[in-house]
Design a protein around this ligand. Structure first.
Ligand code: CP
Length: 338
């Protein structure tokens, strides 16, 4: 599927009552839907930020299907599913029969026949999760764990939860800067969409032209472009640094990593231009000394590891809500009570 088609609001992820039954993309979801995910995630955290287990998915089976590498997303989905008392199977794609020529469709139908209720899917092709939800396994709740350059909706929601909890300000009052490789980043795309939907009025994208998508204005309202760090980060409440996605770059986009650090690396001097209580975020994996200096990554304003913990709460919320939406569609609404 062409990436432009994926920008259209998708109804595939909603059931007849307008609730999530898959979670594929932020686009097309209302402010109320995103707020419901945040509030549900919040309900899995106590006042000391400890995670609260709830056996909402007891007897149900979550399968993690990661066709691309992952540290945070795969592990936090597994942790989230276990905290909801689901059975969790991590499918070892490298050892699966895909290497013998089995199609994605056949692999998924076989896994569905093993009584899968939820597939968590990461794939290098933009649109893979959408394709599975629409055309292959519509009765399994499909959660997009990152598809190509297109979307990483649970990362966006854990970022929004982190912003809400750490700034304690309404999204309407925040200035948020996203720095780095916007062109190849599914995180940037999903974060911009989530910020816009939640009401943020000042979204700044800071990047060299070589790391911006062609037709940058596709990002829509309240998004401003900066080619220089200094103007871009001034008076910000939130800075999100992104890594260079070398695995998705097919021609040189940068003179060198050291040149990028010189122009766009987030160091203490540049952070000092933002508001004094500005928080620093990064989805990981980080390349220290390229997009972010260690003094900032490990400094007092960094909430990077809190993002990871919040990721478990958000993934618990998304798993429970999507499963609830699937069961609602199948007339079994009483099965999960949130
Ligand atoms: N942020 C993120 O998606 O990290 P992983 O690739 O480690 O899952």
């Amino acid at each position: 599927m062409h990436i432009a088609a994926l920008h259209q609001p998708s109804q595939v992820q909603l059931n007849q009552q307008g609730n999530l039954k898959h979670f594929l993309t932020i686009e097309g979801l209302s402010k109320e839907s995103l707020t419901k995910i945040l509030d549900t995630a919040q309900s899995f955290l106590d006042e000391n930020n400890n995670l609260i287990n709830r056996p909402l998915l007891e007897g149900l089976t979550v399968m993690n299907l990661f066709f691309e590498n992952s540290t945070r997303t795969r592990t936090t989905f597994e942790a989230a599913a276990k905290r909801l008392s689901a059975n969790v199977l991590n499918i070892d794609i490298a050892r699966s029969s895909t290497s013998k020529g089995e199609t994605l469709r056949d692999t998924l139908w076989n896994l569905e026949a093993m009584a899968a209720d939820i597939f968590v899917v990461r794939h290098s092709s933009s649109g893979a999760a959408h394709f599975i939800a629409k055309d292959v396994c519509p009765n399994v709740a499909i959660i997009n764990a990152g598809d190509g350059r297109h979307a990483h909706p649970t990362q966006a929601m854990l970022d929004m939860l982190t912003i809400r909890r750490e700034t304690k300000k309404p999204f309407e009052q925040l200035s948020v800067a996203i720095i780095g490789d916007i062109k190849h980043s599914r995180v940037a795309r999903s974060n911009v969409a989530a910020l816009q939907t939640l009401g943020c009025k000042d979204i700044r994208v800071i990047a060299p032209n070589t790391l911006l998508p062609v037709g940058f204005n596709e990002y829509g309202e309240h998004v401003r472009l900066f080619n220089q760090m200094n103007g871009g980060v001034t008076d910000c409440d939130v800075i999100i640094a992104l890594r260079i996605q070398n695995e998705r770059i097919d021609s040189p986009a940068l003179a060198s990593q050291s040149e990028f650090y010189k122009m766009y690396g987030l160091n203490k001097e540049r952070l000092a231009l933002a508001k004094p209580d500005c928080i620093v975020m990064h989805p990981g994996p980080m390349n220290r000394g390229v997009e972010i200096d260690s003094s900032v990554a490990d400094g007092d304003q960094s909430v990077i590891l809190k993002q990871v913990t919040n990721g478990i709460a958000v993934r618990m919320a998304v798993l429970a809500l999507a499963m609830q939406g699937q069961l609602q569609e199948q007339g079994l609404i009483e099965a999960i009570s949130l």
